[in-house]
Design a protein around this ligand. Structure first.
Ligand code: FAD
Length: 290
């Protein structure tokens, strides 16, 4: 099916893009890499009268260091995220996630900002963004605001962004010494999307006890979330295999699992606990090496 007719805009500045969103309200949609939006348009699940293509806003692309925080432009492609040396050295969780997104074509066109703003229940990055305690920067008619990752994912395909706001940047705080990270995923074999994905960020003290563990889960429920009960159980604990296995069983505490053609609810919960265990084991091992 072809999309319904729309007017195409390619603003030269961020302010011009925001002005177009304000002018056309619900009738406008932002276009980044198009790899989630175009399927939606072709299926006529959305029929915006105006497409605002932000692909020309070069300032929203790329990765830079500011006082230890890595600032990733929303238009940075999945491929750029897999190859960027700064990210690979300082925040390897994001490249680890990016290289498992979809296929080469998707990774070349799709963007981090588009993936986060779309907030698909099966998207990979939300797990990592939550576990890293990232901040998301949005610009709208009233200026800029910063949204903690924990408040960003609101519901299925719904984020804290207002309709006239543009996600401009994702800020990744510096990892502390003796921190390890890992992303584990059970992928849908056709698309690559996560049936379940679990990201872990683990910091150890000099004796090998857990100072802090942060775990983000995607795919299991309609929106990505942190595994708060598991995280509390690990604080101060020695990170041996038995402790990790017991804590991983708490990964699904409070989750309301999806039950669909890709996986039944019980299976999703079991996979979530198993992947939490693997992610914690791998992150703890990397933390010991750091
Ligand atoms: C075959 C296929 C396989 C895929 N496999 C995976 C996978 O394994 N894992 C995974 O996580 N994803 C997967 N995806 C999705 C892919 O990662 C998309 O690139 C991503 O979800 C959307 O990014 P985009 O830049 O293409 O955004 P677009 O499709 O252009 O936009 C998506 C939505 O976000 C909005 N938007 C875009 N940018 C912004 C912004 N800066 N601020 C505010 N709103 C914005 C748009 O208006 C639109 O509503 C797959 C997609 C396809 C087609």
């Amino acid at each position: 099916m072809n999309p319904a007719a729309f007017a195409y805009h390619r603003p030269a500045t961020l302010d011009a893009a925001i002005a177009l969103l304000q002018e056309h309200g619900d009738g406008a949609k932002l276009l980044a890499g198009g790899h989630s939006l175009l399927p939606v348009l072709k299926l006529r699940l959305a029929e915006p009268a105006h497409l605002v293509d932000i692909g020309g806003l070069a300032a929203l692309r790329g990765i830079r260091d500011e006082n230890g925080t890595l600032r990733v432009g929303a238009l940075t492609s999945h491929t750029q995220l897999t190859t960027d040396p700064l990210l690979r050295a300082r925040c390897p969780l994001i490249p680890e996630i990016a290289e498992r997104v979809g296929d080469r074509q998707v990774r070349n066109r799709g963007t981090l900002g588009g993936a986060l703003a779309h907030a698909d229940a099966a998207a990979d990055y939300p797990a990592g963004i939550l576990a890293l305690d990232a901040e998301l920067v949005a610009r709208g008619p009233n200026g800029e605001r910063t949204i903690p990752a924990a408040n960003f994912f609101v519901a299925f395909l719904t984020t804290a962004l207002a309709p006239d706001e543009i996600l401009t940047e994702i800020r990744l705080p510096a990892l502390r010494p003796r921190t390890g990270t890992s992303y584990q995923k059970l992928a849908n074999q056709a698309s690559g999307y996560a049936i379940v994905g679990v990201a872990a960020v683990v910091t150890l003290d000099e004796q090998g006890r857990c100072v802090e563990a942060r775990v983000g889960i995607t795919g299991t429920s309609e929106r990505a979330s942190r595994a708060a009960t598991l995280e509390t159980a690990l604080r101060g604990a020695p990170l041996d295999d038995v402790t990790i296995a017991a804590a991983a069983d708490l990964a699904t505490d409070g989750l309301d699992p999806l039950d669909d053609l890709h996986a039944p609810a019980d299976y999703r919960l079991g996979v979530t606990r198993g992947l939490a265990r693997r992610a914690l084991l791998a992150a703890a091992e990397r933390a010991r090496a750091n």
